[in-house]
Design a protein around this ligand. Structure first.
Ligand SMILES: [Zn+2]
Ligand SMILES: [Zn+2]
Length: 376
């Protein structure tokens, strides 16, 4: 298995705490890979950058960011090489940073005119990976709910492939997600409703948007649990044996498109565009956070807003938590519909599928729902 090979090549038996050269090595390799990918984007912008993102780029800032990432890869590489016996991580990071520099670094000119047309969202993958890692990895490392759980826990690579798989074909997936909602809102949309909504205070609109989205999410999520054919897709999201921010990206592409598309329909019928965009930002951060291996909690907030411990109970393989906690923002939605389970101060002991086996790895899981296997 590739993951095992990578763990063997890059890992070692030494301690991984601060000051051991472990984190600096990991960061060096991470930044080196990001830098290399970013320079490739500069060389092949037509093929490797998303047309939807291009208009928003400040090339000055992007080039500055690439420079920072290259320098970070080298500095962390040097630190790690000095502190740690095994130098593979440090060397990998520095090699990629050097490769990125030799390919022209941050100053590769973009000469060709860039047209719309099919492209791979490598830029989106790199930027979102950097952003999510910067936001969520530090809090997981500093305040974990399960301190013994490593960042490189079982099947970490599978989940990175899932993250890739939702970012690279961004053009296609966003088209599929938007299609039903735009068609329906063109036919059924009542401009007066959206205008009236737009006159409410911004915070009220935003709260209502989260509520409408979570109600839609509740029903489609519950359907994914209760309809056996749909469960074959959703079981993949539940197959994670340990949760962290990247585990949240493990979802079958069909489920991803159906759930997002389904939620967008009422949203586009009721709310103005700026509210829908604000909600998309919110759901990305909130849903990712609820999967985090993050222990601290805010007691008084727990009944009102979903914090990681709540969604972790949705992922448990313990009988008491099965088919509970379908909401993703407001726990009281589960209370209303009788699917609430939230024991005080306790985290689950086990995660994953109870008594069910699904294949390992991205491709086998992608084909799994379509293959008829007899239950053993
Ligand atoms: Zn679920
Ligand atoms: Zn989840």
């Amino acid at each position: 298995m590739l993951e095992q090979k990578i763990n063997e090549i890059f890992g070692d038996k030494d301690h991984t705490g601060f000051g051991t050269g472990w984190w600096s090595g990991v960061l060096s390799a991470f930044f080196g890979l990001l830098a290399f990918g970013a320079v490739l984007c500069l060389h092949f912008p037509q093929l490797l950058t998303s047309p939807a993102l291009r208009p928003y780029y400040s090339m000055y800032l992007i080039r500055l960011l690439i420079q920072v990432v290259i320098v970070a890869a080298i500095i962390f590489g040097v630190v790690s090489a000095m502190l740690r016996r095994k130098k593979v991580l440090a060397l990998t990071g520095m090699m990629f940073a050097l490769g990125a520099t030799l390919l022209g670094g941050a100053s590769v000119p973009i000469n060709e005119p860039i047209n719309e047309g099919p492209a791979i969202g490598l830029d989106w993958f790199l930027l979102d990976m950097l952003l999510m890692t910067l936001i969520f990895s530090p809090i997981e490392v500093l305040w974990p709910a399960y301190p013994e759980q490593s960042v490189f826990r079982f099947e970490w690579l599978t989940d990175i492939v899932y993250f890739l798989s939702t970012h690279l074909p961004i053009q296609l997936t966003s088209f599929l997600i938007l299609l039903p909602a735009t068609q329906l809102s063109a036919i059924l949309g009542i401009p007066a409703v959206i205008n009236a909504m737009g006159r409410l205070p911004w915070l009220v609109q935003f709260f209502l948007a989260i509520l409408v989205a979570d109600l839609a999410e509740y029903f489609i999520h519950r359907a994914f649990h209760k309809v056996p054919f749909m469960w074959r897709f959703h079981s993949i999201h539940h197959s994670s044996k340990a949760l962290d921010w990247i585990a949240g990206s493990r979802a079958h592409i069909v489920e991803d498109v159906v759930v997002r598309g389904f939620i967008l329909i009422p949203m586009m019928l009721v709310f103005p565009r700026n509210i829908n965009v604000a909600y998309l930002l919110f759901v990305t951060l909130h849903a990712t956070w609820t999967h985090c291996n993050f222990g601290p909690t805010i007691k008084w907030l727990e009944p009102f807003l979903i914090l990681p411990r709540y969604h972790h109970w949705h992922h448990t393989s313990q009988t008491e938590g099965i088919d509970k906690n379908f909401a993703i923002h407001f726990p009281w939605i589960d209370r209303i519909f009788g699917t609430y389970y939230f024991p005080e101060d306790k985290w689950p002991d086990a995660y994953g599928l109870a008594g069910e086996k699904i294949p390992a790895g991205f491709w086998r899981q992608t084909f799994y729902p379509f293959t008829r296997t007899k239950a053993a």
